[in-house]
Ligand binder design. Structure first.
Ligand code: FAD
Ligand code: MLT
Ligand code: ZN
Length: 460
């Protein structure tokens, strides 16, 4: 290992090879505290060439590496936990944080993999443009991590997931070679498409060092509504109505009562409206070049099943409303710390018309386990985040709930990825031919099993 550390210091400089315990800790535990491991060192390359040198050194010495961005991933894919306990290096891409000039004609920008979503969005807004992906971890989550996990968030209903925003990538293979292009050509059909191959690959096929991203207009007029509806099925009906009548729809988040209670307690402030007893809350965001208030209020008045609603364009009220949604994850984490066990998160999606069945099944599973279910998510994608507080038998819960989602024609991971958390459940949604061909692609690109072994069930 000493020889490797010497090579790494030569590659990135002494200051960017962290070996002391206290320097490494933040990089070795995931955001939920459920996944942790020990790294031989944390290495922080400052350029693509330095990433190549790090990869080549690890390859020479046969030491695996975990690519890491903001370490906000929720499935254990961003921290060391080599399946065989072999030595591992964490390679932090955070220093690759450069943000290029905004190309206002092409509506594109080239950014380093370590740039945070918030920093890219801020730069885009200075040119009246916007990053089409947004979620609560925006200040730490990086573009590289968002590509690797094909992140989703609240704006998928309008702009799609991260893979739809990636026009080009530059990436380093396990061989140390650089692949991809940052030209951002809107049209090119010339063989395999690296952005598609690497989106969702969770650091197992290559290390993304830069990306060419699509930007969208930053709308001057935004409004937010908090609406309560009696049941999950009614939420689907309201969604259908909004999609038919509200062209400025930018987000439709769903929050079940227990989640609303928890975040209200955590924030120490009541939400501006309360769901009816067994109802749930929809948080609706609209954005447009002209004021969308009339469009939304007319649609809500005519919408089936809306029990109560508050609409605001006032910036501070909007922030307070969006805070309720943004800080649920934090509220869940705080409660987990209080009860002393890490949250058990299941990020699943089913066709919207099956959401009611999923909620029933998830509630029954939580009751059977005796844990507390905090459910919320992104309604239009049928994506629920089933956060379990005090879960006793997590594999029983996972088998039952992920199995139910798969049964309903849904998926065992909507946006967080598989990481190491869900590898054993992949056969619920992937057949043997798919799993075998994924392994074949992995061994073709990373024959030495250098990159994130064990994640996605690949290598390790
Ligand atoms: P990390 O956690 O550092 O890594 C995640 C994975 O990507 C790992 O497998 C890692 O090896 C790989 N990776 C990281 N950088 C690179 C790179 N440059 N090249 C190759 N592989 C790389 N996710 C959503 O999709 N939607 C949400 O709404 C959402 N909300 C969240 C809210 C909170 C409060 C938190 C804490 C997390 C949330 N997440 C959400 C999960 C997380 O933020 C995303 O998965 C995000 O994309 C991870 O980015 P990161 O830079 O933190 O990646
Ligand atoms: C979110 O949408 O806030 C996260 O993806 C949910 C989670 O933390 O489970
Ligand atoms: Zn989410």
């Amino acid at each position: 290992v000493q020889a490797l550390l010497q090579d790494l210091r030569a590659a990135v400089g002494d200051a960017h090879v962290l070996v002391d315990d206290d320097q490494r800790t933040g990089y070795e535990v995931d955001w939920t505290g459920r996944y942790r491991g020990a790294a031989v060192a944390v290495v922080r390359p400052g350029s693509t060439a330095e990433v190549q040198a790090v990869v080549r050194s690890c390859s020479t010495h046969g030491v695996a590496l975990v690519p890491q961005g903001g370490n906000t991933g929720l499935v254990g894919g961003s921290v060391p936990r080599h399946p065989t306990g072999a030595p591992t290096i964490v390679t932090s891409l955070r220093r690759l944080a450069r943000i290029g000039d905004i190309d206002e004609a092409a509506l594109q920008v080239t950014v380093g993999a370590g740039a945070t979503l918030a920093a890219v969005a801020a730069r885009a807004r200075a040119s009246s443009l916007d990053l089409p992906v947004d979620f609560a971890a925006r200040d730490s989550a990086t573009i590289g991590g968002a590509i690797a996990t094909n992140a989703g968030g609240s704006r998928v209903v309008r702009f799609g997931t991260m893979r739809h925003q990636v026009l080009g990538v530059e990436a380093v293979l396990a061989s140390g070679d650089v692949v991809g292009s940052l030209a951002g050509l809107p049209k090119e059909s010339a063989g395999l498409h690296w952005p598609s191959i690497l989106s969702g690959s969770e650091g197992t096929l290559a290390i993304v060092t830069a990306a060419r991203l699509r930007l969208v207009p930053h709308y001057a007029h935004t409004i937010t509504a908090l609406v309560t509806v009696p049941t999950v099925s009614d939420a689907g009906r309201v969604l259908a109505h909004l999609r038919a009548h509200v062209s400025s729809l930018d987000a439709v988040e769903v929050v079940l009562p227990e989640a609303l209670d928890l975040v209200a307690e955590h924030l120490g402030s009541a939400p501006p409206i309360r769901p009816s007893t067994d109802g749930l809350a929809l948080l609706i965001d609209c954005a447009a070049p002209v004021d969308p208030t009339a469009e939304l209020t007319t649609a809500l008045e005519a919408s089936p099943k809306v029990v109560d609603c508050v609409v605001t364009a006032d910036a501070s009220q909007r922030r307070a409303l969006l805070e309720f949604r943004d800080r649920i994850t934090e509220a869940v984490a705080a409660e987990s710390t209080r009860i002393g066990t890490p949250t058990f998160k299941l990020d699943v999606a089913v066709p919207v018309e099956r959401l009611a069945d999923l909620v029933v099944e998830a509630s029954l599973a939580a009751d059977a386990d005796g844990c507390r279910l905090i459910a919320f998510g992104h309604l239009a994608e049928g994506n629920l985040h089933l956060n379990h507080l005090g879960a006793r038998d997590t594999s029983q819960l996972a088998r039952r709930v992920l199995g139910a989602a798969a049964e309903m024609g849904g998926t065992i991971s909507a946006e967080h990825g598989i990481g190491v958390a869900k590898t054993e459940y992949l056969p619920m949604i992937r057949n043997e031919a798919e799993l075998a061909s994924s392994r074949a692609i992995k061994s073709a690109l990373d024959p030495g099993d250098l990159l994130n072994p064990g994640v996605l069930g690949l290598g390790g």
